[in-house]
Structure formats: C-alpha cells, structure tokens
Design a protein around this ligand. Structure first.
Ligand SMILES: [Zn+2]
Length: 326
C-alpha cells in the first residue's frame, strides 16, 4: 500500500479519509516576522497557535481527517507553526512545495537563468522539499503549488509551470495550480505541464469552481485533471454564488465527473495580510467547517449520490497522492 508523508509521519493512502484539498493554516512572511515580529503578529504567537488549532479541531470534529495545506514558498510557509498546531490536533496535514508567484520572481531566482528545466533552481527547490523535506523540519512536502493569475502565462510564469511539471514527473507528487478561471487558461496550463512530463491526472486546476462554464470545466476534467471546487465559503463578487457552485457540482456528478472534483474552502486560518477578523467580516461563510455543515447536506438535497460524495471527499483526493517517490 502506498503511503503519503504528513507532518506527523507516513499514512497509508486508504487511511487518509475525508480530505480538504486546498486550505492554508498560516501565511506569514519569514523575513517580516524575523525583523518586525511586533508588526508581523497581530496577537501573541502562542495565542495564534491555539486559535488555529481550535479551528482545525472543529474540522476534525466533523469527521475530516486530512487537510492539504497549499501554502508554498513566497506565500508565508512556517513549518514550526504547522508542527505546533498539529501537536494539538489529531489530523493529517500534508504540506506543499511550489512557489506563489504570478509573474514576479525575486533576484535570487530571476538572475539564476536555467540552462534546462531540470537544472532550474525552482525544479531543484521543489524536488528538495519532496525528497529531503521543507527546510530542516524533517517534513516532506507531497504536493507542488503554483499560480497563474491576471498577468497570464508570462515568461516567468511559464518557467514556474515547467519547473513544477518537471519536479512532478521526477517525484510523482501532484500539482495544484491556482488559476483565475474567468481567463480560461486551464487548457494552456495543462498543455505546458504535459509537455514537461506531468501526469495530468495528478493536476488540480484550483479555483475552477469560481466559474459556472460547464464546457470549460468539462474540458479540464476530460483532459484528466481535477477541477478544484475549493473556494466554498469565499463567494467573491464576480465569481459564482454558493447556489451556482452547488448546481454545477450536482450537474457534473450526474454526468459522471465526481472522481475529478475536489472540495475545499481555500480558508486562511491566520495570515499577515491584514488584521484578524477582516476576512470573517467580509465573508462570514469562509470557515473550514462550511463544507461539512452546509455544502455536503445541500448536495444531498440536490440528489447527489452518497457514493459521489464519498468519491469527491475521500477517493479522488487520495488518488492524487498515489505513487510518490521520495
Ligand atoms: Zn489557496
């Protein structure tokens, strides 16, 4: 039986159980917190650890047993924090490699122009996280997170996508690509990843649920990838409403796509992007228990079969982590 590495150790794939495929425990800049701790943390760190642990415990109490944390390099990863939280809550946390950059790359990356994709410092960073571990944490990342957004597929963005695909081909780790679905760049992203050797069945086209365009969504899934319905609760103006997302998922399940749908919230349990409570005020449903409390019951009401709910929450996420070489 194939296993996946989590913060607390190796777990057999068939024991991952109900899984949220895209969440963030913490996003806090390492340099910011090192030099300006009193500005970076809006409350004492210990209090933040306890608050995030309490939020995760509520998720665990709903029967969710695994979370994929999609926080990448340049996105505020803090492995010490994640480990401290996990010491307080019995839940599997899988962490990510990758980089959160739409186009801009800092000089320590942009000046190191790669001769080949294999030689790219980005590829080497991603492979290192998966095969050795993230920093000196001893925890191996098991997923690669990258992002294409409003700037589109620029030269730097394509370099990042190719490095992610190359690292995925070498290690078997899945890739989650943050996208801006209104631009419908998913198929171009898939083409680049496939050209570089990535297995598209191990690619999650994240934030696809912001769109209700069934043709677009089916095109991603027909190419083998998972469409991320991973922003339940975060109903930003200009993106689909909760009802629309529910209708879209129910329709796709009836058409046989449950094994290529992943559910999550893209919740951020703590970040240095703004004062605590800022997001809660704007998006009161954006909590990591929303799917358990509201979405799954609403899907059942729409006639989605229990087997499809099981597929979307357990077997489809689990399959992403099959056969990782580390
Ligand atoms: Zn995210």
């Amino acid at each position: 039986m194939s296993t996946v590495d989590t913060v607390l150790g190796s777990v057999p794939l068939d024991q991952l159980g109900p899984t949220l495929i895209h969440e963030h425990l913490i996003m806090i800049s390492a340099e910011f917190q090192k030099f300006y701790p009193e500005l970076a943390w809006s409350m004492p760190r210990e209090e933040v650890v306890n608050t995030v642990a309490a939020a995760l415990q509520e998720v665990r109490d709903r029967g969710i047993t695994t979370i994929l944390d999609c926080t990448a390099f340049f996105h505020g990863r803090d492995m010490d924090f994640v480990k401290e939280v996990n010491d307080r809550v019995d839940i599997n946390i899988i962490v990510s490699s990758g980089i959160y950059a739409f186009d801009y790359l800092p000089y320590h990356l942009s000046y190191r122009v790669p001769k080949t994709v294999e030689d790219d410092i980005l590829t080497r960073m991603f492979v290192r996280d998966i095969t050795i571990g993230v920093g000196d944490s001893g925890v191996k990342a098991q997923s690669i997170k990258v992002a294409t957004d409003l700037p589109g597929i620029t030269d730097n963005n394509e370099r990042i996508l190719r490095a992610a695909a190359c690292a995925s081909a070498q290690t078997g780790a899945p890739i989650t690509v943050h996208t801006h679905p209104a631009d419908q760049l998913g198929p171009r992203i898939q083409k680049i990843l496939a050209e570089q050797g990535a297995d598209l069945s191990k690619v999650v086209v994240a934030h696809s649920g912001d769109s209700t365009d069934l043709d677009y969504l089916r095109s991603l899934m027909d190419a083998g990838s998972m469409a991320g319905f991973d922003r339940f609760g975060l109903y930003m103006p200009g993106t689909s409403t909760m009802q629309e997302r529910l209708d879209t998922v129910a329709t796709l399940c009836k058409q046989g796509y449950a094994d290529r749908i992943g559910l999550s919230h893209d919740a951020v349990l703590y970040s240095d992007w703004g004062p605590p409570g800022m997001a809660a005020k704007r998006f009161p449903t954006w909590v990591p228990t929303h799917i358990s409390d509201v979405i799954v019951p609403a899907l059942r009401e729409r006639g989605v079969a229990e087997a499809d709910i099981d597929t979307m929450t357990v077997s489809a996420p689990g399959a992403l982590f099959a056969g990782i070489r580390r």
